[in-house]
Design a binder for this molecule. Structure first.
Ligand code: DCP
Ligand code: MG
Ligand code: MG
Length: 528
């Protein structure tokens, strides 16, 4: 979520005027149907057509639509689910490996439609296809799939046609997922992320729904409670309840100063904007995670032997993920949830620097060196555990978590698997630095995409690139005009106006750095 002209935006939207400028984007939200259950059915087709629940501890975290028809609901206890549906088949869903693997495959399919894909959990993705729409010559009038509360009102900005084109792309994506991975999904198509996510849930499963801009207020006010707005979590909701705000309309009409008092200016503005269906946040290209870890919760344990056993299992699971990721972490963190005698829980974490030996997590062909390294990591974890427990002799623990972090910065490693870097040409030793790469060696990123984007979106994309591009290689000849962090080869090929935008941004950054260092100087002068 990002703030943009807070008050002005609100003023403008409370008048229910339908902006033309705000509907430029076409965002598709894809959510996989009964995700864990579908993955299990794909791996074991004999489960298809039968009621299936996926259990974690004593909960059915999800179930297929056959089970839903018989009264089973997501997050029911196993006991209630079996009462509702005695024939329910239960599959264990505690190992997330297969769900993670499928999630990666889904992400890759979606990336073949647009580089702007943002992963949200394991079964959801936002895809910004605005640039694709701008390229399509034909005018598309007919929406593929459902339209939310179809009305005759047409917005003058042309968004109706753009969204209709978006619905065709969504249909193609969903067909692709179905044909290539055998998985069905729902899609929501709208001019922002919030509305795309919300509208996609209005027809389930295996369907898609488009929201035209003229119906956006109607969609958001159809929500029964502010907590149903993605972005309003339980902490914010508690504060809203304390103010007596329990409907969308009340959130819309509460004076901003009241919300600000309770939530601070930024959150107050953000959530009031959300209550009008305004969401200016962009689709952020998903990069590789900053940390890789896992946690496990359980009934209280209080012996070191049990802690060691749990940590060993967790470590095995996490090492496999770290190995698959391929980077070498240099930090290891342990998280412990301690149960206090008053029966409230406290989470505490400690971390330390480690030397990671690659190859530790691969189960195949493990040598004695790998085992030794694992033992070393276990010793480190147990030391961290002792530090967290301290001199408390009556400790009880209900959760343990391990996570590896401290990966080499994106500037020093090879382009990340999922980052935008991969769309840019990779310099090979044989190519001369000043020579544009031949087409065959270029990445998949179509630079004309940038030219066709509306200026404000292009600016955001450029910012994204700025943040993700590796800094210039010191071996490369320096191009005095090229901004820091941008590959000169790419820079030279960008259209003039984009180059100028990049340079202007660079100048602004430099100015703000000068300001910062002046402030620091003043601070030190005052302090001395
Ligand atoms: N999940 C979980 N614990 C939760 C919520 C979800 O383990 N508290 C897992 C199980 C789901 C998956 O995340 O399969 C995706 O969550 P969704 O809310 O999208 O639910 P489903 O995909 O299962 O069902 P739907 O068809 O309603 O999207
Ligand atoms: Mg889902
Ligand atoms: Mg989901």
């Amino acid at each position: 979520m990002e703030e943009e002209n807070g008050d002005q935006e609100l003023l403008f939207n409370t008048s229910a005027d339908q902006s033309t400028k705000k509907h430029e984007r076409v965002i598709i939200h894809i959510d996989i149907d009964c995700y864990y259950a579908q993955v299990e059915m794909i791996l074991n087709p004999s489960l298809c057509g039968k009621p299936l629940g996926i259990k974690q501890k004593n909960l059915v975290v999800t179930c297929n639509y056959e089970a839903r028809a018989l009264g089973v609901e997501k997050l029911m206890t196993i006991k209630s689910a079996l009462e509702k549906c005695p024939s329910l088949i239960l599959a264990n869903g505690e190992d997330l490996k297969i769900y993670r693997e499928m999630s990666e495959k889904i992400y890759h399919v979606l990336q073949s439609y647009s580089p702007f894909v943002e992963k949200l959990g394991l079964d959801e993705n936002f895809v910004d296809v605005t640039h694709k729409i701008m390229k399509l010559p034909e005018v598309q009038q007919v929406v593929s799939g459902h339209t939310f509360q179809d009305s005759d009102d047409i917005c003058a900005c042309g968004c109706t046609e753009r969204l209709a084109q978006g619905s065709l792309i969504a249909q193609k994506m969903r067909d692709h997922l179905r044909n290539e991975l055998g998985i069905t999904s729902c899609a929501g198509i709208a001019f922002n992320k919030l509305l795309a996510k919300l509208v996609g849930t209005t027809h389930k499963p295996n369907q898609q729904t488009t929201l035209l801009s003229t119906s956006s207020l109607s969609l958001i006010t159809s929500l029964k409670h502010p907590r149903n707005i993605p972005g309003i979590g339980s902490a914010i909701n508690r504060k809203l309840e304390a103010l007596g705000i329990d409907t969308i309309e009340k959130l819309q009409s509460t004076e901003i100063f009241k919300l600000t008092e309770a939530l601070g200016a930024k959150t107050a503005n953000q959530i009031q904007q959300l209550s009008f269906g305004i969401d200016n946040s962009r689709v952020k290209i998903t990069d590789r995670p900053k940390s890789i870890g896992a946690e496990d919760g359980f009934i209280p344990i209080r012996s070191e032997v049990e802690v060691r056993k749990k940590l060993m299992c967790l470590l095995d699971r996490v090492l496999e993920l770290v190995e698959k990721d391929g980077r070498k972490p240099n930090q290891l963190k342990l998280t412990v949830r301690k149960l206090h005698p008053s029966s409230h829980s406290v989470r505490e974490s400690r971390q330390t620097t480690i030397e990671y030996a690659t190859g530790t997590g691969s189960s195949a062909n493990q040598g004695p060196g790998d085992e030794k390294h694992k033992i070393k990591l276990m010793t480190t974890l147990m030391n961290l555990f002792e530090k967290i427990i301290g001199c408390d002799v009556s400790w009880q623990v209900t959760l343990l978590g391990i996570s590896f972090s401290g990966y080499p910065s994106k500037n020093s490693e090879s382009p990340a698997k999922n980052s935008i870097n991969k769309y840019f040409p990779v310099k090979t030793s044989s190519s001369r630095p000043d020579e544009p790469l031949p087409p065959a060696k270029r990445g998949r990123f179509d630079e004309s995409v940038l030219q066709e984007l509306p200026p404000d979106i292009r600016q955001e994309v450029l910012e994204d690139m700025q943040n993700q591009l590796p800094s210039s290689d010191p071996q490369k000849p320096t191009d005095s005009n090229c901004p820091k962090g941008v590959d000169p080869l790419v820079f030279r090929e960008l259209p003039v106006e984009i180059r100028e935008e990049l340079l202007a941004e660079e100048r602004m950054k430099k100015q703000s750095n000068i300001k910062k260092s002046n402030n620091l100087l003043q601070y030190f002068r005052k302090a001395s």
